[in-house]
Write a protein that binds this ligand. Structure first.
Ligand code: SAM
Length: 267
């Protein structure tokens, strides 16, 4: 079973999303206030936490929690000199109900939780009156391509979800289609001022090299070659599907698109 996220991959992804992450934070209006307290849930080694929140003087306290021990240890070492930051090895399930926050950030985390609706209910109780929750999530139904006569994209999704994803510790609860559901979860939990932003990327105007990189980050991570609990048959089947679809990404007339969803809400 895989127990740890690939921190190198997360860093690359963070850099790729940086501009839109900043755009959403600015749009939220929260930066108009002073003395802000941030909670970054699933902060990993804090690289992205710093990238998004460090430059604002009015953010005076940043707490990161994660269940990945290696990542949290790395964060503790890297931020030892900066008193604004604190990192804790802690699950979202064990949050202290006495502390409240002005910004609660969940970047690519909600989709991995067993009970996302219950967690959202809990998080509302630790938001300040002026506070906001920012939730960044994927949804594979916002991914499509053309031409794909063999329906490779959906075969890859199907094989990953049914034979690979659930057999890895870190993705055993993952919902690859959560993006469309979060609005309903927020309304059900009586959140207010809900806003949704879409960050759309596609292959148009990209060089072959950029297209191949895009393939690797958006689809290629489903490879099972380095994953445990997966049969050789499934590993090979996935490699073949990925290889074939990757060939298409080299063609100039091939189109692929994906969308990342960002929700903001207050209590
Ligand atoms: C896909 S990574 C995203 C990391 C980072 N937020 C980013 O956007 O790059 C998901 C992170 O959530 C953490 N995580 C998963 N379940 C968690 C839980 N119950 N409580 C706290 N963190 C959790 C994982 O350990 C991992 O670091």
């Amino acid at each position: 079973m895989s127990n740890n996220w690939d921190l190198g991959k997360l860093k690359k992804q963070a850099i790729g999303n940086q501009k839109f992450d900043e755009y959403v934070l600015n749009e939220s209006g929260i930066l108009e206030y002073s003395n802000l307290k941030v909670l970054d849930i699933g902060c990993s080694n804090g690289f992205k936490t710093k990238m998004l929140f460090d430059k604002y003087d009015n953010i005076t306290s940043i707490t990161g929690i994660d269940t990945d021990e290696n990542a949290i240890n790395e964060a503790k070492v890297n931020f030892i000199e900066d008193k604004k930051y604190s990192f804790e090895l802690k699950s979202i399930d064990n949050l202290n109900k006495c502390s409240t926050y002005d910004v609660i950030n969940l970047s690519y985390v909600l989709q991995h939780l067993e009970h996302p609706q219950e967690i959202l209910k809990k998080l509302k109780s630790i938001l300040t009156d002026r506070g906001i929750i920012i939730i960044k999530v994927p949804d594979d139904s916002f991914k499509f391509c053309y031409p794909d006569n063999e329906d490779l994209l959906h075969k890859i999704f199907y094989l990953y979800e049914n034979e690979i994803m659930k057999k890895q510790n870190i993705t055993k609860y993952t919902d690859r289609y959560i993006g469309k559901k979060v609005y309903n979860y927020l309304v059900q939990n009586d959140y207010n001022n809900i806003k949704l932003y879409y960050s759309v990327s596609d292959t148009i105007g990209k060089t072959v090299e950029q297209r191949l990189k895009f393939f690797d980050s958006s689809i290629g991570f489903r490879s099972a070659m380095n994953k445990s609990n997966v049969s050789e048959k499934v590993k090979n089947e996935m490699e073949e599907l990925l290889y074939k679809l990757k060939q298409n990404f080299q063609k100039e007339d091939f189109y692929y698109t994906m969308t990342v969803l960002y929700y903001i809400a207050s209590k």
